[in-house]
Design a protein around this ligand. Structure first.
Ligand SMILES: [Zn+2]
Length: 371
């Protein structure tokens, strides 16, 4: 990038509503984003989907540090320079060529911003209408973002199989928006967009409700494509705790690898088709991970022992307890689903253990941040 010619970029101020900078496990590379596209959204099964032409912003926030731009003498009054970067480059060039550096000085106020490469292309947006009682993928939490990104990149992979294209021909990402029905609540959508400027038409095709249903079925149940079966096969399921190149990881989503989880993607796709889909740690896919999570939590603590509470893996020391939960389960006492309501009751009323929201640790956190 030529720092003195920031044409084609617009500034994206740090005050913009963007939850990406707030949490751990957040990728810090250039990230695709979409705004509020004008196309119609259709309700189908338990999802909302829409597709059409929209504006894609690929945002670079300089690893979360933002860029600093200022006007400088000799560069024209409408031009802003990243002065530190320009001086560092000049110094490097001068020392390599045995010249004296000629530092540039700011002659006006500095603007802190990120950069966005903006293009018009085809895109689709997908949201889950109803997660069912006690379940959520909140984009403000790491595990909610993990669920949404996992669905986005799994959809991209299923779409690549469906269209016989390379997955990098589509970009995938998530979008946060205020919940239309609940004041103060935030919900997440996933998007796919054509990588080519002006679009190749892929996302528009994939955003038709019947095609989206087909992709979600490929991901969440056995179909002739064997997409689901390959992920669930013992060889993969027993070896892949979160994500790997065989299921979700590729070079083009390198910045998101720590978030991606194929089990979460399957559960999200199942939910998009049916709000009553079972979201449980007792399934064959999750049970090994649930036990592994409890072992990991135990190894980070002294004086605890492993147990099960209302059928859930847990560790306790006679007073406190940590109960392993599914990443899509809500943990606020007022919004517990049946599994965690039963576990709360068993731990507190029956066993006399101290239970708070912090007693619940999802498999996502247990395997990535066990302490
Ligand atoms: Zn895998």
């Amino acid at each position: 990038m030529d720092l003195r010619q920031p044409k084609g970029f617009v500034s994206y101020f740090s005050k913009a509503r963007d939850y990406d900078g707030v949490f751990d496990f957040v990728p810090r590379a250039a990230r695709p984003k979409v705004g509020r596209p004008a196309f119609a959204i259709h309700q189908h099964q338990n999802f909302q989907v829409g597709a059409g032409s929209g504006r894609l912003h690929v945002i670079n926030d300089n690893g979360g540090r933002l860029f600093s731009f200022a006007p400088a003498a000799g560069f024209g009054h409408d031009m802003l320079i990243d002065i530190d970067a320009a001086n560092a480059a000049d110094e490097k060039w001068a020392s390599a060529n045995d010249r004296r550096p000629s530092p540039i000085a700011a002659n006006g106020p500095t603007i802190q911003c990120a950069l966005a490469a903006v293009s018009e292309t085809d895109m689709l947006l997908l949201g889950i209408s109803d997660y069912g009682p006690g379940r959520i993928a909140d984009p403000r939490t790491p595990r909610g973002r993990a669920a949404l990104y996992s669905l986005a990149f799994m959809l991209r992979r299923a779409a690549a199989v469906r269209l016989d294209i390379q997955d990098y021909e589509l970009k995938a990402g998530i979008r946060s928006l205020e919940h239309p029905a609940a004041l103060g609540a935030v919900t997440g959508q996933v998007f796919l967009s054509d990588t080519l400027e002006n679009g190749a038409g892929y996302a528009t095709f994939l955003g038709a409700p019947a095609v989206m249903q087909e992709l979600l079925e490929m991901i969440s149940r056995p179909t002739p494509s064997q997409f689901f079966d390959r992920m669930n096969a013992h060889a993969h399921s027993s070896a892949c705790d979160t994500s790997c190149p065989d299921c979700l990881r590729s070079y083009s989503n390198l910045a998101y690898h720590s978030l991606l989880d194929w089990r979460l993607a399957i559960d999200m796709a199942a939910l998009a088709l049916d709000p009553t889909a079972p979201i449980t740690l007792a399934s064959p896919a999750w049970s090994r991970l649930s036990a592994l999570s409890a072992t990991t939590l135990l190894s980070a603590r002294t004086g605890f022992r492993q147990t099960t509470i209302a059928g859930l893996e847990a560790i306790e020391n006679g007073t406190s307890v940590k109960i392993v939960t599914h990443p899509l389960w809500r943990t606020e006492q007022a919004n517990l689903g049946p599994e965690l309501a039963a576990a709360w009751d068993d731990a507190q009323r029956v066993r006399g253990l101290r239970v708070t929201e912090d007693s619940f640790v999802s498999v996502f956190e247990a395997l990535r941040r066990p302490v």
